[in-house]
Each structure stands twice: as C-alpha cells, then as structure tokens.
Write a protein that binds this ligand. Structure first.
Ligand code: ZN
Length: 492
C-alpha cells in the first residue's frame, strides 16, 4: 500500500518548489534537512496521509514509507529474503537503514557478504557486520551518512517513566561520551561530599544544573517558558475533585502541578512569574468546551468588581458564560482577592463572552488568546506540536467569505498549515464546536477534538461531522501567528 501511495503522490518537486519560492511559502532548510533523502521526490503530504490512514505517528509512518521504498526499489534481494522468511522485519530494517542510500554496486557488494547469514545473527550483530563491510567497501558512504545525521541533530524530550522524561541531546559520539564522563565525575565528587541519593539521581541533577546553571551570572539570563493548564479545583489540595493538568502539553497530576506552581511562587495565581502571564479560561463544566478567556482584571470587570461597578446602571446585563465563569472559576483558596470577589454580587457586570468577529483579515489579540487557549497545540489529527509553533488559520478562506472569528480559526503547525494550504486533494473543516475534520486525498476522514473537551469520555456537543461538503480546499490565503516554526516560510 505504501508503495502505491508513494508513487501516486509523487509529483514534480522542482516545479512545485519553484512555485513556493515565488512567494507562497515552502519548507525551510530545517525541514528539508530532516526529510529522508529517499522521500525527497515524494509529496510532502504523503507521510501525513499515511499516518492518518494507519492511525500512527508521522515518525512511524515515515519509517514505514522509507523501508517500503528502499526494500522494493533499491534492495530487492533483501525484500526477497524477507518475503521468503529468511529474515524478519527487524533485520530487513537494519539493512534498509544502512544500505538505503548507498550506490547499487556498494549495496550488492555488502549484501553478498552479510545477507546469506543475516537470519542467524541478532539485529545488533547484523548492524555491526554490515557497518564493518560498508566501511571496507565504501567508507565515503559512512562519512556521508554521518554528515546527514549531524545535520538532523536536535534536543528533544520524551517520557520514559511516570513523572520522568528524558532530555535527549543528539551530539557527535565523542562529544556525548565526553559529556557523560564529565557528569559522572562531578556526581562522584558530590557523592564523596556526602550526597547519599542514588548515583543515577545525582548524575541527572548534575546534568540539569550544568544546563540551567542556577549559580551562573556570566551569561545573559534565559527565561524558560512553560504553559500550564490547570482547572481551579486542581490548585486546592482539599478539593474533592483533582483533575489532571497539563504542563507544556504533558499531562501531570494535580499534585505535580501544585508542586510546580509552588516552586514558581504562584500557587495562589495572584501574580505571574517574571516574564510570564496568567489568563483564566472558563470552560463549560459539562462538555469542557472553552467559553471565554480573561485576565484577572478582565474577570473583575466582567463581574462588576472594578470602578466600572459604580456605573452598573449602564451595564447591559450578565453574560451566561461570564456569570458561570466567575461563580465557578473564582480565585483559589489562599488568594486574598478571592474574598473580595466572593463578597460582591456577580450578576451586575457585563459578563465574559468569546471575542467577537472582526471584519479585518488578521485576528484580534483577544481572538489569538482565545484560539490558542482552546487549541493548545496543532489541531491536525494526531499532531502535538506546541502552541509557540502555530499559525492561526482561516478554516474557510477569508477571500471566500470566511469570517475572522474564533470559530473559523484554529491552530496549525507550519507543516500542516502548508499541507492544508498548498497540497492538492486535502479537505479541511472546522466545526462549530471546535472539532476539526480532515479528509485525505485518498478519501480517509479523521477527526480532531479540542483538548479538554473529551475528558471523562464525555463527547463534545455540537453538530455531527456530517458530510464533509463545504470543506475548505487548498490554495487559499492565511496569516501566521508566531513565526518560530523552524525555518519554514509561512504558507501564504
Ligand atoms: Zn501539526
């Protein structure tokens, strides 16, 4: 299936890239460097489509696509061995990884040495044998492989155990070994000084301190930015409900969230940390759908607790969401201003509402705040890229009559924004309740639900997905939010 789809999606990249460079946005050097060379002549939308069809991550889909193309088109002998059962997929993957980008002559020479006994060795042993053979036959191939890998190096975080995540810095092997040795030596010194924690814990703490340098003043300060989503009951350890929270998209328990906020000195949500900000999101308690977003000052104005309260006679009544928001989302225990809110009636303010539509093309600041609080991450089904890398996209193009309204905009990462905008055959529909429906060129439909609205298994309210007519097609103008999505050009 992968092979057929890949061939069907193959397009004239030169012509397309030329068109993108003409001012319509295209992948930047960071994105191009990360793309496997085997997929260089395959449409950028192919791997995302394969991931949606198989309901897997795009990284997994990319591996499957690369292995399929390499085995079928470049290493037919390995494909035959796999088909005949002489080797399994793990061993075939090893050979595809190491030989997928070498010349046919080199591949044939290496396979002549390693393939006959490949089924008898472990995958690790087969990798070692193949690398050794490759080093003898074509050392330049290994050098080119090292160079490509170095250009794809990055620093990532991945969960490894409950409450633990691994910080992975991809470095040249010698540098990584030197770093590990330095960490071990410093940890040993700390242990000798009386630290009785497990040695692994000391090493991890040493590595953290070497990066964050809490003692250092010789370099310009760097402020870490963390986005915390917490329901107010989660901030009160005595509350009967302890809903899960999110820190930069990672689900944590309410206790973990409280520990973080305590460390930041903001458990009372009274003041933001330096360089940070606090907004309060008011959700529908039944569906979890976002109703409004406000700062503390806006919340007080909505409740009629500021100076504007003196002119309450001119107020226009209370908004349903606003009243509910103030009643259910007031300040947590320990916040002195909470008592002031509680002491005042909450029905004399104008209430909170979602930001109104604007006739302009670009969204208002309030709309950006609302949509980012609702979406939190890229809304493409299965994508979890964080908000700082998002574009705010017109689901129905502005030029086609689409309103600049919160319900016609959603967050998309630059890659999926580009696919939606420029890759033929995709259809995209933003429903009234914030759900996103994506239809691939091959007709597969997938649904994405706003974070939080599917909690406790409660389905969101709103119209059913229905027939995807009226979906926006590719090729319309959009505007961008934070221009920080690697090096990619905006797709407009
Ligand atoms: Zn995305």
């Amino acid at each position: 299936m992968g092979r057929r789809l890949a061939r069907r999606r193959r397009i004239d990249r030169a012509a397309r890239d030329a068109g993108l460079r003409a001012g319509r946005g295209g992948p930047g050097p960071d994105t191009i460097d990360r793309r496997p060379p085997v997929l260089a002549d395959v449409c950028e939308g192919f791997v995302p489509e394969l991931a949606l069809i198989r309901r897997c991550s795009e990284a997994e889909a990319a591996v499957l696509a690369v292995e399929s193309l390499v085995l079928v088109e470049r290493l037919p002998a390995v494909w035959s061995a796999l088909y005949a059962g002489r080797i399994d997929r793990r061993r075939a993957a090893v050979l595809a990884d190491l030989l997928g980008e070498v010349t046919p002559a080199t591949a044939a020479a290496v396979l002549a040495r390693v393939l006959p006994a490949a089924g008898e060795a472990t995958a690790a042993r087969l990798r070692e044998r193949t690398r050794r053979a490759l080093a003898g036959i074509d050392p330049d191939a290994l050098a080119a492989r090292r160079e490509r890998a170095a250009r794809r190096a990055d620093v990532t975080v991945r969960p490894v155990a409950e409450g633990l995540a691994a910080l992975v810095a991809e470095l040249p092997t010698t540098d990584a070994l030197a770093c590990r040795d330095a960490v071990r030596r410093l940890a040993d010194q700390q242990r000798a000084g009386g630290d009785d924690r497990p040695i692994g814990v000391i090493r991890a703490a040493v590595a953290r301190d070497l990066i964050l340098r809490p003692w250092g003043s010789s370099r310009p300060p760097v402020t870490a930015q963390l986005t915390v989503h917490a329901d107010l009951p989660a901030l009160d350890p005595a509350a009967p409900a302890q809903p899960a929270c999110e820190v930069d998209g990672v689900v944590v328990t309410a206790a973990e969230c409280r520990a973080l906020l305590t460390a930041l000195g903001m458990l009372g949500v009274a003041t933001a940390p330096r360089g940070g900000s606090i907004t309060l999101a008011v959700h529908d308690p039944t569906t979890g759908a976002l109703r409004a977003v406000a700062t503390r000052q806006e919340l007080a104005r909505a409740a009629g607790l500021t100076r504007r309260r003196r002119h309450r006679a001119g107020a226009t009544g209370s908004g349903g969401a606003g009243s509910r928001g103030v009643d259910t989302a007031t300040c947590p225990r320990g916040d002195s201003s909470a008592h002031r809110y509680d002491a005042e009636p909450t029905a004399d303010g104008p209430g909170l509402r979602r930001p109104p539509a604007t006739r302009r093309y670009r969204p208002t600041a309030a709309q950006r705040r609302f949509v980012r609080a609702r979406d939190r991450r890229c809304r493409w089904p299965g994508c979890a890229r964080p908000p700082a890398r998002h574009d705010l996209d017109h689901a129905t193009p502005h030029a086609a009559g689409g309103a600049t309204d919160c319900w016609n905009r959603c967050c998309l990462c630059r890659t999926h924004h580009r696919i939606k905008t420029h890759t033929p055959g995709w259809a995209f529909l933003l429903l009234a309740d914030g759900r996103v429906l994506v239809r691939t060129p091959s007709g597969v439909t997938r649904l994405s639900t706003p974070p939080g609205t599917d909690r406790d298994g409660a389905p969101p309210t709103g119209p059913p997905p229905g027939r995807p007519t009226g979906m926006s097609r590719t090729g319309h103008p959009t505007d961008a939010g934070d221009p920080t999505d690697a090096s990619d050009d905006p797709p407009f």
